[in-house]
Design a protein around this ligand. Structure first.
Ligand code: FAD
Length: 394
């Protein structure tokens, strides 16, 4: 006899989520909305109190895949209220000629959105708490005893041992939970480093407080084997990201090895990005102060350990950012996992079904992201590519 038929209350389902980043906060919201008891452990402090300590891209492109997931959590309106619409790519030619807009779709029903990572994360943390999840900040997962179903978190001056029913790993590309799972089973893990990295710079607002360049576009300065992009922020700034090789590849292109400091960066911008240079008054400071980010693709053959633990988002399938889909894909994971958990009370079955559905999709998006680096840095101002694109849209 089922619990409902016998008049008993079914036991409340429980999950522990590791990481309150983008995937963790959305996953917590979706499960708490379904009546689960959700505990979330996050290594950083509460961004609503301490400010957001990002460490990675300041803003992100949100596409329909991600928006669909935010709708499922009823968080879409709050996120879009802070977003800036991007209708297409604004391509800045090397000869300093007039930038050209390449629309993403036929009209403004097919656009993407630039969102602040910090604001988005805070909106989702608020949504998770409002749905009933309990968040523990300043608690870094250190170790897991799967047999005893206990996890160990460091923070607040101590080591805390906490029991769990199941762990959902949303702790990003360098996932500690993944490392702990790897000690129990071969996950088939491999990482392909791209060999190219990035550095962020800022275009501040204009003197009148407005945007300095067209706000409703993702700006690209393609230069062959390297490029700059700029995404708008709602406070009328743009975050510029310079992508180039980490080391000299011997092809005469700049790299972070041959452009090691602000003086060399200024010379590079004078030569290759002359229309961007006057827009970035703090170029010297930004170049010296901001770290170089590295980029890679993470492949696993296995995302779960029976019903004990499952990985989602970057912890399962980190990718290079050139298709703007890492977060969007992580959000889709959350919706898919919640659906599989709805379908069966057996965690191992749900995790296996989730993995079977999402692993091929993630692999396809990872490949598209790698391919898009070539397209963005090289082909977007190629006449043959533009003609083909016009034919596709016609
Ligand atoms: P994360 O956002 O990395 O969150 C992980 C969380 O876990 C963090 O809060 C972290 O503090 C916490 N954590 C880590 N270790 C522990 C631990 N041991 N214990 C407890 N907590 C822990 N994606 C897009 O869709 N669009 C874009 O335009 C885009 N642009 C990008 C640009 C750049 C330069 C980069 C690097 C990435 C970009 N991405 C983009 C990808 C996107 O950032 C990631 O896919 C997304 O952040 C993944 O979310 P996540 O929650 O899985 O991981």
């Amino acid at each position: 006899m089922s619990a409902a038929a016998s008049g008993e209350q079914p036991a409340q389902r429980e999950a522990t989520i590791v990481g309150a980043g983008l995937a963790g906060a959305l996953m917590a919201t979706l499960l708490a909305q379904r009546g689960w008891k959700v505990e979330v452990y996050e290594s950083r402090g509460d961004p609503r109190i301490h400010g957001f300590a990002g460490g990675r891209s300041i803003n992100l492109a949100l596409a329909e895949r991600g928006l669909h997931a935010l709708r499922a959590a009823d968080a879409d309106r709050d996120v879009l209220a802070q977003a800036v619409m991007m209708r297409g790519r604004m391509v800045h030619p090397a000869d300093g000629g007039t930038p050209q807009l390449q629309r993403y779709g036929r009209d403004d029903s097919e656009v993407i959105w630039s969102v602040s990572r910090g604001e988005l994360n805070i909106t989702l943390i608020d949504a998770a708490e409002a749905a009933g999840a309990t968040l523990h900040f300043d608690r870094r997962l250190e170790a897991v005893d799967f047999a005893a179903q206990r996890a160990f978190y460091r923070g607040g001056g101590g080591l805390h041992r906490v029991g769990f029913q199941t762990l959902i790993g949303c702790d990003g590309a360098g996932s500690t939970l993944r490392a702990q799972m790897r000690q129990r089973a071969d996950l088939g893990e491999r990482i392909d480093w791209l060999g190219h990295g990035y550095k962020e710079l800022e275009i501040p607002p204009a003197a009148d407080g407005g945007f300095r360049i067209e706000p409703n576009a993702l700006h690209i300065w393609p230069r062959g084997r390297y490029m700059c992009i700029a995404l708008p922020n709602d406070e009328r700034t743009f975050t510029v990201t310079l992508f180039m090789a980490m080391q000299d590849e011997g092809k005469g292109d700049p790299s972070f090895e041959t452009v090691p400091d602000a003086t060399a960066a200024r010379a590079l911008f004078e030569r290759d990005f002359p229309d961007a240079l006057p827009l970035i008054p703090e170029l010297d400071h930004d170049f010296e102060a901001n770290p170089i980010g590295t980029l890679g693709t993470l492949y696993l053959d296995r995302w779960h350990l029976g019903g004990h633990a499952v990985l989602i988002g970057d912890a399962a399938h980190a990718m290079v950012p050139f298709h703007g889909q890492g977060m969007n894909c992580a959000f889709e994971d959350c919706v898919a996992l919640a659906r599989h958990l709805d379908a069966t009370p057996d965690l191992a079955t749900a995790y296996a079904a989730f993995e079977a559905e999402r692993m091929p999709d993630a692999a396809a998006i990872q490949k598209m992201a790698l391919d898009n680096y070539i397209e963005m840095r090289d082909l977007v101002d190629d006449p043959g590519f533009l003609l083909q694109r016009e034919l596709e849209l016609a």
